[in-house]
Design a protein around this ligand. Sequence first.
Ligand code: DGY
Length: 338
Amino acid sequence: MSDKPLVAVTRVIPQAGMDLVNEHFDVRLWEDELPPSPEELAKLLHGAVGALTLLTDTIDGEVLDREPQLRVVSNFAVGYDNVDVPAATERGVIVCNTPGVLTETTAEFAFALLMAAARRIVEGVDYVRAGKWQTWGPTLLMGQDVGGATLGIVGFGRIGQALAKMASGFDMKILAYDTYKNEEAASEAGATYVELDELLHQSDFVSLHVALTEETHHLIGADELKAMKSTAVLINAARGPVVDTDALVAALKDGEIFAAALDVTEPEPLPADHPLVSLPNAIVVPHIASASVSTRNKMAALAANNLVAGLNGDRPEGLVNSDVFDRARRQGVSAKWL
Ligand code: DGY
């Protein structure tokens, strides 16, 4: 029997993270490629003081109540909509995420999606693969220009700001929408804050970078898609439910917008027979915006370090609910498992 604290790790993560958790903890690891079911997750968490979770694991009040010894939930993602943070805070459970390390990688992927949809690259590849390429065509697969176009960024946090900086290399005009306004960041990135409606009307490209909350659920629905230009491209590298999928399918079919490029979908995974998959003006990829070798290693190391710090009574770098940590510090009851 090991005398190290028991933690659950809900999937095999890149080596940098696995090495760290194995060094510090007795690790109960979910080794399958597919996520554990809620019942399997419950078994995995049983008796653990910490958990390294993925965005596919639901951690809510019920889960936390079953495991009152659980002190730290470290999510291997910047987004943490799979964790009920108020429920964790109420129960004194520290929640962590992996901000910062995936900013550039995610922003560059959003830009890659933008370019691919604007210039119809996937359709071009399919065309050649299908043996349809007979000659150079004066009107073949005509797309939209990116240089000098207007990019509307919905959610102007770290990733949105990084995207704005990349887009400035293409002389794009940047509009930003966010409920929280950071004027300094906007002026540094050459962006102008506008209301959502104005952004949708004016933009040639609309890229989504908001967290999924009750307020952003279906933020882009039928009315918002109608407000966009018929030549516009929608990019989503945030969370699938920010867009109303049925409304998007209808808008793409009716030519209300030119194209959509999606790293994330609702539902996720999207079944292969879903209409979005076969629409020529939709690009769907399997939630891989942060998936570079270097970034996934950094995310793994940060998620593991968050767990180590949280269970050692130290402030984790990616602490989401600082209330819990500060309260424990004030009361002199910080976790000290290591
Ligand atoms: C996140 O971190 O929230 C992404 O969706 C996966 O990298």
